[in-house]
Design a binder for this molecule. Structure first.
Ligand SMILES: Cc1cc2nc3c(=O)[nH]c(=O)nc-3n(C[C@H](O)[C@H](O)[C@H](O)COP(=O)(O)O)c2cc1C
Length: 202
């Protein structure tokens, strides 16, 4: 299924494209730290290509919504068409996800189908966004995404990174590895399925 070149390195063709979506446009958001740190972890893995999308950089209109707008966001559209999966970094806002994040996700639909999604919860409180992740599972399923069962939770995020975004707790390195291992497995399996098992969706 995957080819490894003569020197044992992953070839470019083998890489999974797994963009990261930072889910809040709030000024002074702490979620930016786990998002950037996770991108760094992903970039160290030979089998992953990634890039950051930031919902704060989407010029969403005030009076329109949904897939009709997708061609106004070609970078996002084309990235998800090419993607093998997606990482969503969401803060917990009153046990839910930010409306801006939902508005960005709702720009597309068919483009997500049979791709993996892994969820990162970020909170000021002690539960690390477990409640927002539970809320997201139902929603991303309707988008056609397949959710991994290894989440990454950042409780008390204000104490977990310093002001420059440096991780203060090395325990997250093993957690991120387990989280990414599961995402890679799901994304690889679904990629094979999309390429080899007929479906009316692709
Ligand atoms: C509107 C709003 C609602 C929030 N609700 C919760 C919450 O339900 N549980 C929690 O632990 N923290 C809550 N917080 C705090 C955020 O989790 C905290 O700001 C954290 O740093 C992640 O969000 P940020 O990326 O916007 O900083 C809330 C913050 C805002 C702005």
């Amino acid at each position: 299924m995957r080819e490894i070149s003569n020197n044992g390195e992953w070839t470019v063709m083998d890489k999974l494209f797994l963009p990261v979506l930072l889910g809040t446009n709030r000024q002074n958001r702490n979620s930016v730290h786990p998002a950037r740190w996770l991108i760094g972890q992903m970039q160290q893995r030979a089998e992953i290509e990634t890039r950051l999308f930031d919902v704060g950089e989407f010029a969403l209109p005030q009076h329109d919504y949904g897939q009709a707008l997708k061609d106004q966001f070609p970078e996002w559209r084309d990235a998800i068409i090419r993607a093998d999966g997606l990482v969503i970094v969401t803060p917990e806002y009153n046990h839910g996800y930010p409306g801006t994040l939902k508005a960005v996700l709702d720009l597309l639909l068919r483009e997500y189908v049979h791709k993996a999604v892994a969820l990162v919860g970020v909170s000021a409180g002690p539960w690390g966004g477990t409640r927002v992740i539970e809320a997201m599972v139902h929603m991303v399923r309707e988008l056609g995404l397949a959710v991994t069962f290894s989440d990454l939770n950042f409780p008390k995020v204000q104490n977990t990174f310093d002001a420059e975004g440096k991780l203060l707790d090395p325990a997250f390195e093993k957690r991120a590895k387990d989280f990414l291992d599961e995402l890679v497995w799901m994304a690889t399996t679904l990629k094979w399925g999309r390429e080899n098992v007929p479906s009316k969706f692709h």
